[in-house]
Design a protein around this ligand. Structure first.
Ligand code: SF4
Length: 485
């Protein structure tokens, strides 16, 4: 059988021949991670903006491949002086679609558009495949990769000139172009054979998360406490265990040399008993009331939304705060950005009002909240003193939890999602539509996407409110647990 190929298939082959084989022969086994889905979403927005920068460009859109190829041929013949978007080419049954083809003297410059903020190693093969295929139909006079310039500051008014930084790749591709026919032949040979015997390794997440990881780790996932439960286990320590044929933490000999924290996690897992150092109860009892439990949600977008912001800047959109005026007397406050205007001023003002002047402000992983607050203080000089006073009151529950508590079910992790089921199993993130910070970021991106329907937005707002409120409820429960309640 003769197998048709495409740029994405050849890139899958470059990452791992088995990935290509599974993609073609066992397509149904694919499972995309949330992160991968979000990368796709960001990529679409970037592509839209890249096209908008060439208002005379022609978008090639056919009903099917034959029509798309024909429309490309027509556009090249009838409009040789206009940029083309998604122009489609085939060579030796390898199909590619070019993000942007820019006409210039003697041919076309290929511009590949990426949402990344720099040229990455995998981009060279990506562009070489395209240049080789397109070069079979038109003269490619240059190849460049336009990545997002993260120093660009959006001036507003849909002026995105300067968002992309094109970098010429011609010199780098000269060695790769002659290799493309070999990649094509090798990929076809793999597809004609049986499933390659390749085991899980570094290639599974580099340069992309492979969507077949569930399939390829189906045996390993039966190990209840795999070695990666031990924090920072690597190098000789890890290799020594692999050499001993050990895959489960419970089988590590007691006298095997581990760091203090690794030994603690191993001890807890082997015994099946949680360890709580009661010294934490005294520490917690000294925090006065009112106590505040605070959590922020942000998103990052490649294409800035508000004037004065940069690509991938952390955008503050939401906070939740439980206020405990006396033990177990709780009030909930929240802020959720609405509409399309910059919400940061309203975010800061309502937060200052809610947090008052005194009382500890508990967070989980202080660096994030403190950094975002510092950014707000710089942005609004008139609020600087009030915001800096809040920063001074922050108490980070993460290092306290890490130091004083360890449970076997946490499997060596101290994220709030790992800790919460061991102290308050009834507060489950699994039941929520949005179950972690990454999903919340994706939900915010979807809210700001112009194609999102109002009904969908309303649902996302409700899900985000529920998720963020649970985050601070979790902090309340954790503080009570550490305090001995
Ligand atoms: S999970 Fe890893 S081994 Fe399996 S196909 Fe993907 S890259 Fe290859």
């Amino acid at each position: 059988m003769f197998y048709g190929l495409s740029k994405s298939r050849l890139m899958a082959f470059q990452q791992c021949p088995k990935r290509l084989w599974l993609y073609v022969h066992r397509h149904e086994l694919q499972e995309f991670s949330e992160e991968t889905e979000q990368r796709f979403q960001i990529g679409f927005q970037v592509g839209d903006i890249a096209r908008s920068l060439h208002p005379d460009g022609i978008l090639i859109e056919g009903e099917n491949l034959v029509e798309t190829l024909e429309l490309t041929r027509q556009a090249l013949a009838e409009h040789p002086d206009r940029p083309l978007f998604e122009a489609t080419f085939q060579r030796d049954n390898v199909l590619v679609r070019a993000d942007v083809l820019l006409p210039e003297a003697g041919g076309y410059r290929l511009r590949e558009v990426k949402a990344s903020t720099k040229v990455k190693g995998e981009h060279y093969a990506d562009c070489a495949i395209q240049a080789w295929v397109i070069g079979g139909s038109v003269k490619v006079t240059g190849v460049e990769l336009a990545h997002v310039d993260n120093t660009f500051v959006y001036p507003g008014g849909d002026h995105y000139q300067g968002l992309f930084k094109p970098e010429a790749l011609d010199a780098d591709l000269s060695n790769l172009l002659p290799l493309v026919p070999d990649w094509v032949a090798q990929a076809r040979a793999v597809l004609a054979g049986t499933e390659p015997a390749i085991t899980h390794g570094d290639q599974c997440s580099t340069p992309y998360d492979c969507p077949f990881q569930h399939y390829c780790t189906r045996d390993q996932s039966q190990i209840e406490y795999p070695l990666h439960c031990l924090p920072y286990l690597q190098g000789e320590r890890l290799q020594g265990l692999i050499d001993l044929g050990i895959e489960d933490v419970r089988h590590i000999p007691d006298d095997y040399a581990l760091t203090e924290n690794q030994a603690r996690v191993a001890r807890v897992i082997k015994s099946g008993q949680a360890e709580l150092d009661l010294a934490i109860q005294m520490i917690m009892s000294e925090f006065p009331y009112p106590r505040y439990y605070l959590d922020f949600e942000t998103t990052q977008v490649a294409v800035p939304i508000w004037p004065g912001t940069r690509p991938y800047q952390q955008l503050l959109l939401q906070w939740s705060c439980h206020v405990e005026n006396a033990a177990y007397e709780l009030m909930h406050h929240a802020f959720l950005a609405q509409g399309f205007d910059d919400p940061r001023r309203a975010f800061a003002e309502k937060l200052i009002n809610t947090l008052g002047d005194t009382g500890p402000v508990f967070v989980y992983n202080k660096a994030f909240e403190a950094t975002r607050l510092s950014e707000l203080a710089e942005l609004f000089p008139d609020l600087k003193a009030a915001i800096e006073a809040i920063i001074m009151r922050i108490v980070d529950l993460l290092p306290l939890t890490r130091q004083y508590y360890c449970h076997p079910d946490m499997k060596g992790r101290w994220s709030i999602k790992a800790v919460l089921p061991t102290i308050a199993p009834e507060l489950a993130y699994d039941d929520l539509e949005i179950g972690d910070g990454g999903a919340a970021m994706g939900a915010w991106r979807e809210i700001y996407h112009p194609d999102t329907a109002d009904s969908r937005r309303a649902k996302l707002y409700a899900d985000l409110a529920e998720y963020c409120a649970l985050d601070t409820q979790a902090l309340v429960r954790l503080a009570a647990f550490l305090g001995g309640a």
